[in-house]
Design a protein. Sequence first.
Length: 302
Amino acid sequence: MESTNSPKCMKIEHSHTFAYIFHSRKEVRQNIFDQMVKSLDQNQIDYIKWNMNRHISDIYEADLTPDEQGEAYHRYILGLYDLLEKLTTRYPNILFEGCSGGGGRFDAGMAYYTPQIWASDNSDAIARLKIQYGTSLVYPQSMMTSHVSVCPNEQNGRVTPLATRGAVAMWGDLGYELDLTKLNDDEKEEVKKQITLYKQIRKLTQFGTLYRLKSPFNSNQTAWEVVSSDKRDVILTVVNILSSAQPSFTKPKLAGLNPEYDYKNIATNEIIGGDELMDTGIYDEVAHQDFVAKMYHFKAVN
């Protein structure tokens, strides 16, 4: 944020790196707040992405003594919380999405002000399996912003099916970061189907009970499941990472179901008992292709 009226409080760099603003100083926070209020009061804003793609390094505050310099990082983040407290209090209907709190992607303090946070700038679907699996150990899936991005991926060049990118992104808050004008007709139709499906299941995927069935850290297959509070609605996602000439026979076993219920596979209309799904599992048909994801939707019928 640049302003000719801003206090002289930004660290000067001798290269093209971004300067950072000392949120620890009250006059700095007030200046930012005043600028934002002026814009927000004059426009109908529903969403703000609070971004920070710069590490906080070589930090020094002229107002602190040498013995107090170690407090600079802590003072910075407390100041940022104070600014966000004022903004979210004044604008309770604006959704603030976080990206970094003091140089880190996630922290619990930022979660208080930003109910969803961009988990990583690495948007490759396969890399995201580990990122989102690990993030979900600490934070609810409703907080993870996860987007479908271009292919080949801009971070690592990996080529993955659009269906897989969509399935992985639906683990959290689905979004798209790509040029729609560059999609062919089939891809546009696939995106429409993904959005339609997500609108139908997002309450479940964001707020249901999450079960991590297979970890990407020690398996060639990743699987997770979300179950509604009444155990009547279930989403299972299975991602096979690398194809094999001699694939192993896999039947992911579900968890958290009611063993007395019968569940219908929405795609096939097959009826399977809850006890069978948990004890025996569901056969995941082998796909002779890398990076294949499948989503299964089950609903109780009794």
